[in-house]
Design a protein around this ligand. Structure first.
Ligand code: NAP
Length: 297
């Protein structure tokens, strides 16, 4: 029930109409008995700075930020967490007592949560990340923190792949794992995939909106997955459809698979923990609300 005392928490992005965050967050707020309400607010790049000021002025308790503002908003924060600074990308804003916003990134925690829950030790393992866009930054930063022996990043364009790897390598300790850029037509790719302990898809290939005329429904094409080893864990950031065609292929080969729903739920729970200062977030309630919304739509 929204009343005169209800405080606002919100998502800023464009578009936001398909976001699962409002149903997840409002289910959690209700279970926690917090007199807050979560709204998805469409916001253009030109309006971002003034919207942030306005939301601060009306006592907004916290914000999530999504495409296309994750990088731009980091320049509008008065303070950034070390992780947000390292990534140059923010998805969670918390109001500062002295005014302005603190920026953090909970995508890294969200990405790692299901992986670490089932496989706590990734040290010495080999990881391949397909794609080098926005979400891949959080994925690679997360992997850098769990010490695999190899992280290969596969991209289709050298002009985005090389800067992606060098920016995430910057400032890392000299003994930290080196990121290995690989173009998607490189002859070494087949071997890297076969030897990988973990492959993460961060491209949109396989999403429900993917059309046959946009190419094959599997990242990197169909054939490269034919000799996948059953010990390789496959993690797709996509969660519509469930399972994705790529995860379906992995399942038929006996691979353990994860889709992106748990990452979405866990990044939202981590954001709510920051906004509310409450450690015990009803993650099961958030997951159920997201699943119900997906099955209803
Ligand atoms: P993005 O910034 O646009 O990055 C997409 C990456 O995929 C880029 O490297 C892009 O390469 C590559 N790519 C796109 N189409 C391709 C194709 N046909 N062939 C080869 N490479 C292709 O997007 P994003 O924000 O990272 O999102 C990527 C996916 O992750 C989306 O499906 C999104 O829904 C999902 N996601 C899930 C979560 C979650 O919580 N589960 C969070 C964030 C994102 P170019 O640079 O060459 O275009």
């Amino acid at each position: 029930m929204i009343s005169g005392t209800t405080a606002l928490v919100a998502l800023l992005g464009q578009p936001v109409s398909h976001s699962l965050s409002p149903v997840m967050q409002n289910a959690a707020l209700k279970a926690m008995g917090l007199d807050w309400s979560f709204m998805a607010l469409p916001c253009s790049a030109d309006d971002l700075a003034s919207v942030l000021k306005g939301l601060e002025a009306v006592g907004c308790r916290g914000l999530n930020v999504t495409i296309p503002h994750k990088q731009a908003v980091s320049l509008l924060c008065e303070e950034l967490s070390p992780l947000a600074q390292r990534l140059g990308a923010v998805n969670t804003l918390t109001p500062l007592p002295r005014g302005g916003w603190h920026g953090h990134n909970t995508d890294v925690e969200g990405f790692l949560a299901p992986l670490l829950q089932n496989h706590p030790d990734w040290s010495g393992r080999r990881a391949v990340v397909v794609g080098c866009g926005g979400s891949a930054r959080a994925v690679v930063a997360g992997l850098q923190d769990v010490n695999p022996s190899e992280i290969t990043i596969v991209g289709r364009r050298a002009e985005t792949l090389e800067p992606f790897c060098s920016s995430l390598q910057q400032g890392r300790p000299t003994n930290a794992v080196q990121l290995q850029p690989l173009l998607n037509n490189d002859p070494q790719l087949q071997t890297r995939i076969q030897q990988a302990d973990l492959v993460v898809n961060t491209t949109p290939i396989g999403m429900s909106s993917h059309q046959p005329d946009q190419g094959p429904a599997l990242p990197l094409g169909e054939d490269i997955w034919n000799n996948l080893s059953a010990h390789t864990v496959l993690y797709d950031l996509i969660y519509t459809p469930r399972p994705t065609p790529w995860l379906q292929r992995g399942e038929t080969l006996g691979c353990r698979t994860y889709d992106g729903l748990e990452m979405l739920v866990q990044q939202g729970a981590a954001a709510l923990r920051r906004w509310s200062g409450i450690d015990e977030i009803p993650v099961d309630v958030m997951r159920e609300a997201a699943l119900k919304n997906l099955s209803d739509s």
